[in-house]
Structure formats: C-alpha cells, structure tokens
Design a protein around this ligand. Structure first.
Ligand code: NZQ
Ligand code: ZN
Length: 384
C-alpha cells in the first residue's frame, strides 16, 4: 500500500427527517446565503423543510445555479456576498449547486486578478467561507469531499479543484429528498458513483485488500440497489442504500493509499464542455474505451473486478477482460444510459477537438500518467 494522509471532517446527518436538525448545526447570529438550482427544491418540499428549520435566521437566496455550474453564475453570487454581510453558505440541491457553493466560498476571498485561476492555474486556496449542504441527488460525493467542478461558459472549459477548506461543515442526506428525481438523474447518479469507484480501483495492484474489498462492496451495492431503486421509486430502503453508496464512493476512503486513474473523468468533462452531455453519461461513454485501450496495464485489476464483481471465472485472460468490459457496458445500458458517442449525436469532429485540447494542455493522464493524446484518440474512436 502507498503512504497516505487522510482527513475527512465532514459531519453527516443521514436519514428521514434530518433536515429539521439544521437549526442545531448552523451557527447562530449569522446571515446565511441559501444557494439552489433551477427550482426542484421548491417543488419537492425540501425548500419548505429548510426554511421551517431555519426560522429566525436571516437568509438571502441565490437560485438559478445550472447543472455543470457556470463560473459566470458563481461570480454573480460573489458580487451579492460583497454587498451583504453573509457569514455562512448553505447549498440545497445536487452536486452542481454544492460545487458552485464551494467555488463561491473561496472566490470571495481570492486575492489575485481572477478566481478562475484557482481552476485553470491551480492558484492556492487560502481561505473559504464555511459552508454546508442538504444534498438531493446521490452521485458526485461532493457532500463528503473537497472537490468542485466548474465550467467557464464563455470558453466551454470544465475544470476541477480540490481543497480541505471547501469541505462542508456538515451534510444532510435525507433519502426521501431523492424521490422526486427524474429517472434519468437516478441513472446518471448510479453510473457516476460506479465510475468514481472504478477510477480508484481499476488501476494496478499495490496490495491493498481493504481498499479493494470496500470498492467491490460499493460496486456490488450499486449493481443491486441502483436498479431496485429505479424500479420502485418510493422505496426508502433502496434510496438510502444508493445514497450512502454514492457518498462512500468519493469521500476519499477507498482512494487512500492506492493509485488513481481519473482519465475517464478528464475526457468525459470535455464531452460535457463541448456538448452539454450529463456528467454521468459521459463516463458511461468513455470508461469502456479506457478499459479496452489500457487493458494490458490494468489487466490484473480488470481480472479481479471481473471475478469478484461479475463472477467471471472462465476463459483466458483476454476473453475475461472483454467479458468484464461487456458486463460494464450492459450494466450502464440496463439502467438506461447509452454508451456510444453516436447515441448522443456527437460528431467525429468533436473527438479531434478533444484530442487537441489534451495536446495543448500537455498533461498526461491515468494512474501511470501515460495516457497521451494518441491514446485518447483511440479511446474516443472505440466509442464512435
Ligand atoms: O437545478 P434543480 O432544479 O435543482 O434540478 C436538478 C438538475 O436539473 C435536478 N435535481 C437535483 N436534485 C433533485 C432534482 N430534481 C428533482 N428532485 C431532486 N431531489 O437534477 C439535475 C442535475 O443536478 P446536478 O446537481 O447537476 O447533478 P449532479 O449531482 O450529478 O452534479 C453534477 C455536477 O457535479 C460534478 C459534475 O462534473 C457536474 O458538474 N462532479 C462533481 C464531483 C465532486 N464535487 O466531487 C465529482 C464528480 O465526478 C463530478 O465531476
Ligand atoms: Zn463523476
């Protein structure tokens, strides 16, 4: 196992009715900015529960944060905060609202010219306003990590940054809030959480049985509980299991001490940037290509994944690797997420644009930092 440092200070309040505990968790005598998206929270009763729990607090609302949140929108919130005496940010919604809130929390203190440098140039995050969230979509794990992914609409760039300072003070996960999710978003969430595990698991062995077994446990749970929840949308128990699996998939635990890939995410972000395809769907497109193109380097872990997750124990290595890829594709498609570029109307020209972006950025990706533009091209060609 590799050396690692691990700290996760996020307090989790999990279960039915937990939103009412906001009053015990939010600091007193502070003006709160409540951030939210396109209005789902006002339709499904979550907004009402939040406002009831926070009766007595002064609250400024900032709504309209879009999926794949825009830098431009975040900067509008920063302007509002400059003129109001806000002391705490509360995100109510999915990963996009929370990621935007994390960026806003630190952009307000940014000392350089443009807070976009935090994303584009890795400028240091020195300070952030305390934030918390009520998460209403199991997918990103943002509720228990220090990551944020922001899109600059004007240039169609989608970039990520991480800092311990933007980890939520607390996160409320009430599985009942997800009953109102459109089916498509449930499916996206299943795939996103699944691929988060894969990015931290399907690399090369470093003798890390705890991380492996945890990862396999999350994958198996998603395979069992995801489709169960899709079939029965008001089943509290499967909603709860799905929700906790998504959080556990990206809270740092399974990734501690092991190599991590993230190439599927890096390439997927470009598909969202160019075509606005939902994040989870981009991963379903790219992952099978990565598994194929990197099958030699990832062979040992793909075989282990095939055997422990999909019970593939027959055939030679090559056949088993192919079967593991096929099972993965089958699973994504079974929850209603297509896996080919043509399913989303993406033209061949986009693959060229994506490859060129990686040429320009000059960084290599994957657990061995050896996925170069030529390989990215092979991955995308495999998915046409
Ligand atoms: O905007 P509203 O009206 O709230 O509607 C949202 C949105 O349209 C809706 N929704 C959310 N909860 C709902 C609901 N509708 C009904 N009932 C509910 N309970 O769902 C739509 C999608 O929401 P969004 O927040 O965009 O989805 P998700 O949570 O999947 O977040 C995606 C974003 O997270 C980033 C992605 O790149 C993307 O920008 N990621 C963040 C990560 C992180 N912070 O660690 C890691 C991930 O890999 C990912 O990159
Ligand atoms: Zn993701």
């Amino acid at each position: 196992m590799n050396n690692f440092e691990y700290k996760n200070p996020v307090k989790i309040l999990f279960g039915k009715g937990e939103i009412s505990k906001l009053k015990d968790e939010v600091p007193e005598n502070v003006k709160i900015m409540l951030t939210y998206g396109g209005g789902s929270i006002k339709k499904n009763g979550v907004y009402g529960q939040v406002m009831e729990a926070l009766a007595g607090w002064e609250i400024i609302e900032f709504g309209g944060i879009e999926p794949n949140p825009h830098y431009e929108t975040c900067m509008k919130a920063v302007e509002v905060i400059k003129h109001e005496n806000i002391g705490f940010l509360l995100s109510v919604g999915g990963g996009s609202v929370l990621d935007a809130t994390k960026f806003i929390a630190t952009a307000i203190y940014f000392e350089g010219d443009d807070p976009w440098d935090i994303l584009a140039k890795g400028a240091e995050v020195k300070k952030a306003m305390p934030l918390a969230d009520v998460i209403t979509l199991p997918a990103t794990g943002s509720e228990m990590n220090g990551n944020s992914v922001i899109t600059k609409d004007s240039t169609k760039e989608k970039m990520a940054f991480s800092s311990l300072l933007i980890m939520p003070q607390f996160s409320i996960l009430d599985p009942e809030t997800i009953f109102s999710l459109p089916e498509k978003q449930v499916a996206n969430g299943i795939v996103d959480a699944f691929v988060h595990v894969i990015e931290q698991y399907l690399t090369y062995p470093v003798n890390s049985p705890i991380q492996n077994r945890f990862a396999e446990g999350i994958l198996l749970t998603l395979i069992e509980e995801g489709p169960k929840y899709l079939k029965n949308r008001d089943d509290y128990d499967s909603a709860a299991n799905f929700m906790w699996a998504a959080t556990m998939a990206l809270n740092g635990l399974i990734g501690a001490g092991v190599p991590q890939d993230w190439a599927t995410h890096m390439i997927g972000h470009e598909l969202t940037a160019f075509h606005g395809i939902d994040h989870g769907r981009t991963l379903a497109i790219v992952l099978p290509g990565i598994m194929k193109v990197k099958s030699e380097q990832k062979k040992e872990k793909i075989l282990q994944y095939g055997e422990r997750v999909w019970n593939i124990s027959e055939g030679d290595d090559e056949a088993r690797v192919q079967k593991a890829i096929d099972k993965t594709v089958e699973f994504f498609e079974s929850v209603g997420v297509p896996t080919k570029l043509k399913d989303y109307g993406v033209p061949v020209e986009t693959t060229v644009k994506i490859v060129n972006r990686f040429v320009d950025r000059r960084f290599k990706i994957g657990e061995n930092r050896d996925i170069c533009p030529a390989e990215i091209q092979l991955v995308l060609e495999d998915r046409l």
